[in-house]
Design a protein around this ligand. Structure first.
Ligand SMILES: Nc1nc2c(ncn2[C@@H]2O[C@H](COP(=O)(O)OP(=O)(O)OP(=O)(O)O)[C@@H](O)[C@H]2O)c(=O)[nH]1
Ligand SMILES: [Mg+2]
Length: 390
């Protein structure tokens, strides 16, 4: 599930300031020497990796970035002010490609890492610089150099910040359609979604995150029932789980029981994945009287006192906005060093679980194949169909 977010931008470094042509003019000094100062250097453009950004959407709205020019020098040997450098924040994980040469200029992988993408023009020299024993009154100066200008292509592998979880038909894909531009298929039957997909949720100019639509889980999924749990490996980078529950299931089952079922399947797949923070949302509230939905919410809340529980309708979008802000807030809230370490540790454990799981599944598949092969040898004519989930 690798989605590429792309944007093209132009970065323009500042022109260097021109050197000045000037001679001293003072009372009683007939022929003053040269005193033209140098210009200032032009500002450069740098990209800097920032953990608070997670998409390249903003660059579509603002594609040009210009650093300050250096100012010209002046008389009395005054040097012109240098132009300030410009630091453009990009999400961590951004790859930077020169559009002209198609060459990768660099990858911004660690937070705070910077990459010089356009060098400021050099300062021009004032005529003072050209004074010599043979030329006491030089009229020569040099102009400031051009700032570099480049077209860059930024690429970012989108990773899900929030992953949806729930039974088939809970309304996960409907939710993703409601909150992002992504258009996963929605239909009134289970297992409509067969592979995960991603959507970017934009809340305001500074707040965006990525949600993953996931195939439904069912009882026994960890043992391979339904679509199994293989696609859960795509969640190994998610930081939050949003568990959607059908508040008015057609089969009349208890939504609380479905929550417990999904949680059990998740834990059976990976105990560490199940440690991720979970936000619960009762969906399809439009199908219930408000009091009933509220009563359900209260029951769910008392079973899971530490979790946020929302009541929403993905179809009408009622209640969706506060839920999205809650998710954004949890993703962006500043955290302590210890918390960061704990998260890194959890991520490492999840990655290990996912690796172990994948290895087990591969083994299971190959022994299934062996069994099928033997069947064939026995002339049972079994047909083996390989199903890939990506
Ligand atoms: N009334 C109502 N119907 C909804 C709501 N959300 C989803 N549905 C309907 O529920 C059915 C299933 O929706 P999907 O979004 O496909 O469900 P899903 O969870 O993605 O299902 P799978 O991909 O099979 O796991 C569709 O008929 C939707 O129109 C809602 O808030 N209210
Ligand atoms: Mg779906």
């Amino acid at each position: 599930m690798q989605f590429l977010d792309e944007a093209s931008i132009t970065v323009i470094a500042g022109h260097g300031g021109n050197g000045s042509l000037s001679f001293r003019r003072e009372k009683y000094v007939a022929r003053g020497g040269p005193d033209g100062g140098d210009g200032g250097d032009g500002g450069s453009v740098y990209l800097v990796a920032d953990d608070h950004l997670n998409t390249l959407i903003d660059f579509r709205y603002q594609p040009r970035y210009r650093a300050e020019v250096g100012l010209g020098g002046s008389g009395r040997n005054k040097t012109g002010a240098s132009g300030s450098d410009l630091y453009v924040k990009v999400p961590r994980g951004t790859t930077v490609i020169d559009e002209e040469t198609e060459q990768i200029i660099g990858d911004l992988t660690s937070p705070g890492e910077t990459l010089l993408v356009a060098t400021g023009g050099r300062r021009g020299l004032g005529n003072t610089r050209f004074k010599s024993s043979t030329n006491r009154a030089p009229r020569k100066t040099t102009p400031g150099g051009d700032g570099e200008e480049r077209r860059l292509r930024l690429q970012l592998k989108l990773l899900a910040d929030v992953a949806l979880l729930g039974l088939p038909n809970a309304g996960k894909s409907t939710f993703v359609r409601a909150v992002s531009a992504a258009q996963p298929k929605v239909a009134n039957y289970p297992f409509t979604t067969l592979v995960p997909s991603l959507g970017v949720v934009r809340l305001d100019s500074e707040t965006a995150f990525v949600v993953a639509d996931i195939p439904g889980l069912i009882e026994g999924a960890a043992e391979g029932a339904g679509l199994g749990t293989r696609f859960l490996r795509h969640l190994s980078r998610a930081r939050l789980l949003l568990h959607l529950v059908d508040a008015a299931p057609l089969d009349g089952s208890d939504p609380l029981a479905s929550v417990a079922l999904i949680e059990a399947e998740l834990a059976a797949y990976s105990a560490s994945l199940a440690e991720l923070p979970v936000v619960l949302a009762l969906n399809k509230a439009d199908l219930l009287p408000a009091e009933e939905a509220e009563a359900l919410r209260e029951r769910l809340q008392s079973s899971y006192p530490d979790r946020d529980v929302f009541v929403i309708s993905a179809a009408t979008k009622a209640g969706v906005e506060p839920l999205l802000w809650k998710l954004a807030e949890s993703l962006l809230e500043p955290v302590s060093e210890e918390e960061l370490e704990a998260r890194a540790d959890l991520r490492a454990r999840i990655a290990r679980d996912v690796r172990d799981r994948s290895a087990q599944e591969r083994n299971a598949r190959s022994s299934e194949r062996r069994a099928a092969q033997e069947d064939e040898d026995d002339d049972f004519g079994a047909e083996v169909i390989e199903v890939r989930d990506d």
